[in-house]
Design a protein around this ligand. Structure first.
Ligand code: PMP
Length: 408
């Protein structure tokens, strides 16, 4: 039967990474994958992660035993506090249950699997609404578990900002009790987030329609450099009493990409049975987790836990986050001002208006391909650039290349 297996296309982003590696040009620029790079274009191991690593390695009790099914409790409890705030009533009322996952991808998957199993309406799966555009993997993760996927308008090509009216209209038109996937901050791929007022409007529509919020947070601390501020949207929905889930990644904010440290959280709305619901949900998540991965990987969780549970290390982490987000902001300013100095046709304010790791440049697929072929610049076909791929040595080169392809 394997003869009938068709060839699948290569993953676009990882294909791009491969093409970049194979390119021998000394001026090549990698603006593809969303991984932080220092000004030297190299991966940056956060100094606080190096410290935590030292602490772990020097611990005579370090071993490689299995974690419990739900993961490292000292990690998941702090991960939850990071999202909701340490004094959140949801925590003291035992309305949250947290499961350590294979980074953010695993968290989205576990959440999708859980909803496919337990959130049916009249025997049918509810539809999940994804922003248009969204992180490409969202589509296949939900499809893989049989949840139908639809989209809501998000990015306004004209303003290069949020299409709030289109989004709200789609939320109103969606059947009641739909699942709405929301990027908590630093929207991937657009770098466009709702304002606090727009979040309030979104929450209001969703409450009226009894929609179910599915938050994906992969960039806390990366958007503004402030962990609390980047959790504002989630905390607002929690305050409003929504039942919701959160998929949380520590890949970017700890630079633990390959260690796969993440968490899935279920939060019950306030009710007399909330703690009971949460306990029952936890029991089902444990069964799903057991059959999928048995138990999550230990090392990244230990690193994060070491930092999250130590005041001084936590403060240092915040400092490291400001270093990363600060450098990205500097590159946004440098790119915009270079394009404006060159008089590149179009407006470029969106480069500095957008936030987080990515910028949605507005470049067309044709322009993107020319940038790759003629200038050895690698970015996704939708015109997204990973800001962290720019540095003081290549930002002018990139701006000049953009200028050329936009003009011709
Ligand atoms: N969600 C979004 C929106 C992302 O951008 C990412 C990272 N690209 C993830 C989830 C998950 O990434 P990871 O599995 O590496 O934590």
């Amino acid at each position: 039967p394997a003869e009938a297996v068709p060839q699948a296309p290569e993953d676009a982003l990882f294909g791009l990474m491969r093409a970049y590696k194979a390119d021998e040009s000394p001026s090549k620029v990698d603006l593809g994958i969303g991984a932080y790079r220092g000004d030297d274009a190299k991966p940056w191991v956060l100094p606080v992660v190096k410290k935590a690593d030292e602490i772990l390695r020097n611990d005579p009790n370090l071993n490689h035993e299995y974690l419990p099914i739900a993961g490292l409790a000292s990690f998941t409890s702090k991960a939850c506090e990071l999202l909701l705030g340490p004094s959140s009533p949801a925590i003291s009322e035992k309305r949250v249950t947290s499961v350590q996952t294979i980074s953010g991808t695993g968290a989205v998957h576990l959440g999708a699997l859980f909803l496919a199993r337990f959130f049916k309406v009249n025997g049918a799966n509810r539809t999940v609404y994804l922003s248009n555009p969204t992180w490409a993997n969202h589509n296949q993760i939900f499809e893989n578990v049989g949840i139908p996927v639809a989209t809501y308008p998000y990015f306004d090509k004209k303003t290069k900002g949020l299409d709030i009216e289109g989004m709200k209209r789609a939320l109103v038109d969606a059947p009641d009790h739909s699942i709405i996937l929301l990027h908590a901050c630093a929207h991937n791929p657009t770098g466009v987030d709702p304002t606090p007022e727009q979040w309030r409007e979104i929450a209001e529509v969703m409450a009226t329609k009894k929609h179910f919020p599915f938050f994906d947070t992969a960039y806390q601390g990366f958007a503004s450099g402030d962990l609390d501020r980047d959790a504002t949207a989630i905390r607002y929905f929690v305050e409003k009493g929504f039942e919701l889930v959160i998929a949380q990644s520590f890949a970017k904010n700890f630079g633990l990409y390959g260690e796969r440290a993440g968490c899935f959280h279920f939060l019950a709305s306030p009710s007399p049975d909330a703690a009971g619901i949460t306990t029952r949900v936890a029991s089902q998540l444990a069964i799903l987790q057991r059959s999928e991965i048995s138990n999550p990987p230990i090392y990244g969780a230990k690193i994060a836990s070491t930092v999250l549970n130590d005041k001084a290390l936590f403060a240092e982490w915040q400092d490291n986050l400001r270093t990363m987000s600060g450098r990205i902001i500097d590159m946004r300013k440098a790119l915009r001002s270079k394009l404006e100095e060159l008089g590149t046709p179009g407006t470029w304010n969106h480069i500095t208006d957008q936030i987080g790791m990515f910028s949605f440049t507005g470049l067309s697929e044709k322009q993107v391909l020319r940038l790759r072929d003629e200038f050895h610049v690698y970015m996704t076909k939708n015109g997204r650039i990973s800001m962290a791929g720019l540095n003081t040595r290549n930002v002018d080169y990139f701006a000049k290349a953009v200028d050329k392809v936009v003009r011709a």
